[in-house]
Design a protein around this ligand. Structure first.
Ligand code: AGP
Length: 590
């Protein structure tokens, strides 16, 4: 996944393009570049971050330009593979996000027709195709070129002497930011918020012709209109609001995110079409942290809806044919752009299964594929490690299950009271940050760790381990506590701490037994337990106390504590918390 930008207006494009790119580095940050045109196109690109590039770059003159920050898929991060890419004449420059599947075939064809290629990227075929079809009308040439392309793309095209930018998308996000006698193009909202909060979201197959004066959208050769969106997020939303890292800022935003997401749905009695189609079983699909939210969702839905719920990794769903009789599907994806999840959604839809998407990004591909979309209200999540989006996804799953629940009125009233208390309880966990920081500094001294839980907190153990792995580079494994004795016990020793999630529910007694077994094998033991639990104090070396509450909501409270544990362990180890190595915010390749 990459971040692409474009600017056309009255101001010098170079500083604007660099600023917009800086805001998109969470999408990929291994190399970057810009191209600016006055009469001829000038390109400056290299491996590394935007800041470095800006420092080394000469002044480029021009009021129209494009830019790119990369997460390599084809061709290693290097100056030659960085974008923008040019045609033979150097008069056409392209930045691209996505993957061109048939680029090898196209490249051979074009080389056969005399085109010279310089990079190993898939992208470079695009400017050469446009050059092949250019007969004075840039958007026509782009449209023809894209007919040859198979794969996913969001592109911005700059041509020397042309007072316009041409933009197009298929399966990758692109927005146009509307300014006053200037316009902006970007892969995502944070890039344009310094300049405008008015945006157009292109649909797959749309081609946009963007000039200083205006924007024209075409589709299959005909003019189309797209609804203008006012983005409710301020620049600050996209900035760190004073926190050292986006991850810590986003962890602390969770009480507000819970209120925003719940607030939005308890007000609007918008039926979830899925629940009204007489389905008898649910299939929830997702990847990574969203998959862990799906696993918690199964416990919630099976308890409140009494229907069969299957949870599948989207990347695996592509390899078998699920029985979908009377089944509805829910796809959970923060970015709305995760390739594995989108592919699985399309497969299920093609098999006639209704698909509801739960996503954070308005206008994302998932929201286009799904029959209905429920947006979480997490705001922009910049840090690669998902935190607030997980909590917001759970809020939607609770809302769905409670809205259609089969439980008696007394239980439902208890649930409504419990969920309304969540923002306060999460704030209590956040207020206990210093204590958690203490245990995190201790944990930071280890290279391996286990997280264990049972029942609805088993997925929380998986999520705690994923967070620690992602940001602190400590090898961590989430494990159902009952499984330890079937093998993982062999790894326990004084060098392998265990973090145990102990909830006051039907798993409590069994968890106490597991804690004794862990201590007997010499592992340092950190327990996450409800305040006032004396038994735990006797057993664990350290106890992170969390507020009491209805066990069905404990995954929210416990996960926030584990997010802080991972954050402060990573901080203690000096890790690049917001941009962990080898990772990107959403994975748009399979
Ligand atoms: C989580 O911290 C990671 N960023 C990653 O596992 C992520 O949850 C996964 O790639 C799914 O992303 P999505 O929710 O945007 O589809």
């Amino acid at each position: 996944m990459c971040g692409i930008v474009g600017y056309i207006g009255g101001k010098q494009a170079q500083p604007i393009l660099l600023n917009c790119l800086g805001r998109l580095e969470y999408r990929g940050y291994d190399s970057c570049g810009i191209a600016v045109s006055a009469n001829a196109i000038e390109v400056y690109k290299d491996a590394g971050r935007v800041k470095q590039l800006a420092g080394a770059m000469p002044k480029l003159d021009g009021v129209v330009g494009i830019g790119h920050t990369r997460w390599a898929t084809h061709g290693e991060p290097s100056q030659i593979n960085a974008h923008p890419h040019l045609d033979c004449s150097g008069n056409i420059a392209v930045v691209h996000n996505g993957v061109i599947n048939n680029f090898q075939k196209l490249k051979q064809q074009l080389i056969g027709e005399g085109h010279n290629f310089v990079s190993q990227t898939d992208t470079e075929v695009i400017p050469h195709l446009i050059e092949k079809y250019y007969h004075g009308n840039l958007e026509e040439a782009v449209a023809t070129a894209l007919r040859d392309v198979e794969g996913s793309y969001a592109i911005v095209v700059l041509a020397a002497g042309e007072p316009k930018l041409v933009v197009a998308r298929k399966d990758c996000p692109i927005i146009i930011g509307i300014g006053d006698r200037e316009n902006f193009i970007a892969s995502d909202v944070p890039a344009i918020l310094d300049y405008t909060n008015r945006a157009l979201y292109l649909e797959d197959g749309d081609i946009g012709i963007v000039t200083k004066e205006g924007i024209r959208l075409r589709r299959d050769g005909a003019e189309v209109k797209r609804e203008e969106h006012r983005i409710p997020w301020s620049v600050e939303d996209a900035q760190k609001a004073g926190y050292e890292h986006f991850m810590l800022k986003e962890i602390h935003e969770q009480p507000k995110v819970i209120r925003d997401t719940l607030g939005d749905y308890t007000q609007r009695a918008e039926p979830a079409m899925l629940m009204d189609t007489g389905i008898e079983s649910m299939l929830i699909l997702a990847c990574g942290t969203s998959y862990h939210a799906a696993l918690v969702g199964r416990y919630i839905m099976e308890e409140l809806l009494s229907i069969l719920v299957r949870v599948e990794l989207a990347s695996e769903l592509n390899y078998y044919v699920p029985n979908l009789a009377k089944t509805g599907a829910i796809a959970i994806t923060q970015s709305g752009e995760t390739a594995d999840t989108l592919k699985a959604m399309k497969k299920l839809k093609d098999m006639g299964c209704p698909v509801l998407a739960i996503t954070n990004v308005v206008g994302s591909s998932a929201s286009r594929i799904a029959n209905q979309t429920i947006y979480i209200r997490a705001g922009p999540e910049i840090s690669v490690a998902a935190t607030k989006s997980f909590t917001a996804q759970l809020m939607v799953l609770y809302w769905l299950a409670m809205s259609y629940s089969k439980v008696d009125a007394r239980r439902l009233a208890g649930l409504i009271m419990g969920i309304r208390q969540l923002p306060k309880k999460v704030q209590q966990v956040l207020d206990n940050e210093d204590e958690i920081m203490k245990y995190a500094k201790y944990l930071a001294g280890y290279e391996n760790a286990f997280f264990i839980g049972r029942g609805i907190n088993f997925p929380v153990a998986l999520e705690g381990a994923l967070k620690l792995k992602e940001v602190s580079y400590i090898h961590a494994e989430g494990c159902p506590a009952g499984e330890l004795k079937h093998g993982s016990f062999a790894l326990l020793s004084k060098d392998v701490p265990v973090i145990a999630i102990v909830a006051q529910d039907n798993t409590y007694e069994a968890m106490l037994t597991n804690l004794k077994e862990v201590k007997a094998r010499g592992s340092p033991l950190i327990a996450l337990a409800e305040e006032g639990d004396e038994d735990i104090d006797q057993l664990a070396d350290s106890v992170i106390t969390v507020p009491k509450g209805d066990a069905i909501f404990s995954p929210v409270i416990n996960t926030v504590a584990l997010q802080l544990l991972a954050y402060y362990a990573a901080k203690q180890r000096g890790c690049p918390i917001d941009n962990p190595r080898n990772l990107a915010k959403s994975v748009t390749v399979e």
